[in-house]
Write a protein that binds this ligand. Structure first.
Ligand code: HEC
Length: 160
């Protein structure tokens, strides 16, 4: 893949105003992170390791709605722009997941969804417009997976 092509997509993905620059995002997150840390000290013994769709919803609404939409249909403002350019963000309500990251013959499994969120779709032959979100951390990614799987009809499906 030639580097010009890649950077053209990368700059296009940041243009429509969906994702704030990295530095600004983490500055905004700091007070929120403090609150979560405090809550964590209180609830951690009960919740250790449990992915939580409600927490995932909050993270989703902060980082993912611009493309995937509040409804999960890929109809956020940036998602609509991407669709008109031929790269729609995935519709989570249609069980139409395509990336089989662990090559087990199934797409949309928790392992596949967390790998795509962590490493970006580009790592598995998909669009680099679906960027890597590893910096959110494993717990947040697990919560996001739980939330995405809570959309109706988003159960895993077999690849043909
Ligand atoms: C800049 C727009 C954009 C943002 C922001 C974005 N996505 Fe995506 N996402 C996409 C696009 C485009 C695709 C389709 C990729 C493809 O077709 O290869 C996608 C696909 C996906 C998929 C489907 C993978 C599959 O197997 O079909 C998941 C899951 C996903 N995104 C989760 C997320 C989560 C969680 C967030 C927030 C942390 C997020 N996305 C933020 C654009 C975005």
């Amino acid at each position: 893949m030639d580097p010009c092509h890649t950077s053209r997509w990368a700059s296009r993905s940041s243009r429509p105003g969906g994702s704030a620059p990295e530095a600004a995002t983490s500055r905004r997150l700091t007070p929120v992170a403090g609150v979560f840390a405090a809550l964590g000290l209180i609830f951690l013994p009960a919740l250790a390791g449990a992915a939580d769709a409600a927490r995932g919803k909050a993270i989703y609404e902060r980082h993912c709605v611009s493309c995937h939409g509040t409804s999960g249909r890929g109809d956020g403002p940036t998602g609509a722009a991407l669709a008109s350019q031929g790269t729609p963000a995935r519709d989570f309500t249609k069980a139409e997941f395509v990336l089989d990251t662990d090559e087990d013959g199934q797409t949309g499994s928790p392992a596949d969804l967390s790998a795509v969120i962590r490493n970006g779709a580009g790592a598995y032959g998909g669009s680099p417009l679906m960027a890597p979100w590893a910096h959110l951390g494993d717990d947040a990614i697990a919560d996001l997976v739980a939330y995405i799987r809570s959309f109706p009809q988003s159960a895993p499906r077999q690849t043909p």
